[in-house]
Design a protein around this ligand. Structure first.
Ligand SMILES: *Cc1c(COP(=O)(O)O)cnc(C)c1O
Length: 401
């Protein structure tokens, strides 16, 4: 066979892949200063719950423009702490979108509450604000909005619903650190906002999470909650020369170590740079998807800026001979590390075994079959971006009707 045929032939069918090595869908960007910041702490007296905890919290609160930031050891712990702070307990209902990471729903169950799934808007995959009110009952306590992919939800509409029914608004902003809605920064738009510092997220501390709020009572509750429900921490006691501590509530060990706080704080200094690198990759993709037949990007609102934790496209399955799973496999074979975010939460076996029916959120289910996340991370080169586009063209053209 001629070389050109081998190049046109899909790698999944034995052709030559577009790239030699797998390009991941996301990865961390670490800088020399980040490493120095961690090493400094490793050489200090406090590996955990030392001075870096408060410094990171203060720097984060400052950068978002809120009163309080409480650091924990994952985005999941942040969600759990938020549910605890607002008093979710047995039988309370919390409304959240069907398409999100499982932790958004699991945190409600941790507190004995009931996650109620609302359908999503097919153009943005964000919670459909017109489908929330029909889910509200006398047991509804809160809404968790998820800024899917990094685009803020319609917070004005969400606030109106919450005010009308006396609900608490929680924002799961694990994708959207650095994004804005109208004139507000993510982190200021809800009663409580949760962030994740997992390595694929906007900034990282290895593992880690944060909750922002303007309510000091919530912050006190969450600081106790992350430390077993004990009202003083180890360092506070050491500084006072005291040994006695009191556990007043049932909490967890959700503390983030000092060297991780140092890493998170150092990464925070790079936030603007990181987000603008993501945005400029997205701009290149956006241009491409206005003239590719077979796939399109999600709708971007006019009055927001997007943090692009993910760049999600939707396949026009009507014009393709194969389904998303085949396109996914073909792109992976080309060494383009695509991914899928997310299976509707209630379609996971755990939720199915609790009796949740299929067809609960029909839009989420239909749109899920079209979703594909393509690689986006700050250190991607123009060549990487070009190869993603080349791989998509190759695969989509081959399977186009
Ligand atoms: C990553 C993520 C979480 C959980 O964060 P971890 O730090 O991995 O625990 C929660 N919600 C959403 C939407 C996420 O993407």
């Amino acid at each position: 066979m001629k070389e050109s045929n081998l190049i046109n032939k899909l790698a999944i069918d034995g052709g030559i892949p577009v790239r030699d090595e797998m390009l991941p869908y996301g990865r961390q960007s670490l800088y020399k200063k980040d490493i120095e910041a961690v090493v400094d702490v490793l050489q200090s007296d406090w590996l955990t719950t030392g001075p870096k905890v408060g410094e990171f919290e203060a720097a984060f609160a400052d950068s978002v423009g809120v009163e309080e930031a409480v650091v924990v050891n994952s985005g999941t712990a942040a969600l759990h702490a938020a549910m605890y702070a607002i008093g979710i307990s047995s039988g309370d209902e919390v409304i959240l979108p069907a398409i999100t990471f499982v932790a958004t729903a699991n945190c409600v169950l941790y507190q004995g509450g009931i996650p109620i799934f609302a359908d999503v808007d097919p153009d943005t995959m964000l919670i459909d604000v017109t489908k929330i009110e029909s889910k509200i009952t006398s047991k509804t306590k809160a809404i968790i909005a998820v800024d899917y992919a990094g685009q803020p939800c319609d917070y004005d509409a969400l606030r109106n619903i919450c005010d009308k029914y006396g609900l608490i608004l929680v924002s799961d902003a694990c994708h959207s650190l650095g994004a804005t809605y109208k004139s507000g920064l993510v982190g200021t738009l809800a009663n409580l906002t949760t962030f994740s510092f997992h390595p694929v997220k906007v900034i990282t501390s290895g593992e880690g999470g944060m909750i922002t709020c303007s309510d000091n009572d919530y912050a006190i509750k969450m600081r106790n909650f992350r430390n077993h429900g004990i009202t003083t921490d180890h360092r506070q006691r050491a500084l006072k020369g005291a040994f006695l501590y009191h556990m007043e509530e049932l909490g967890f060990n959700y503390r983030l170590s000092d060297f991780q706080c140092a890493l998170g704080m150092s990464q925070l200094h790079k936030l603007e740079e990181i987000v603008s690198a993501r945005q400029s990759i997205a701009l290149k993709y956006n241009e491409h998807f206005t003239h590719i037949d077979g796939a399109h990007s999600l709708k971007l609102f006019d009055d927001v800026t997007h943090a692009y934790h993910l760049y999600v496209i939707k396949l026009d399955l009507e014009s393709l001979r194969v389904n998303r799973d085949t396109i996914f496999a073909a792109l992976r074979a080309e060494n383009i590390g695509v991914n899928v975010h997310y299976l509707p939460v209630y379609q996971h076996p755990f939720y199915q075994s609790r009796g949740l029916e299929d067809n609960l959120c029909p839009v989420a289910e239909v749109e899920y079959d079209r979703l594909l996340s393509i690689p986006i991370f700050p250190s991607m080169s123009d060549q990487d971006i070009g190869e993603v586009i080349e791989g998509l063209n190759k695969v989509i053209n081959t399977y186009h009707l």
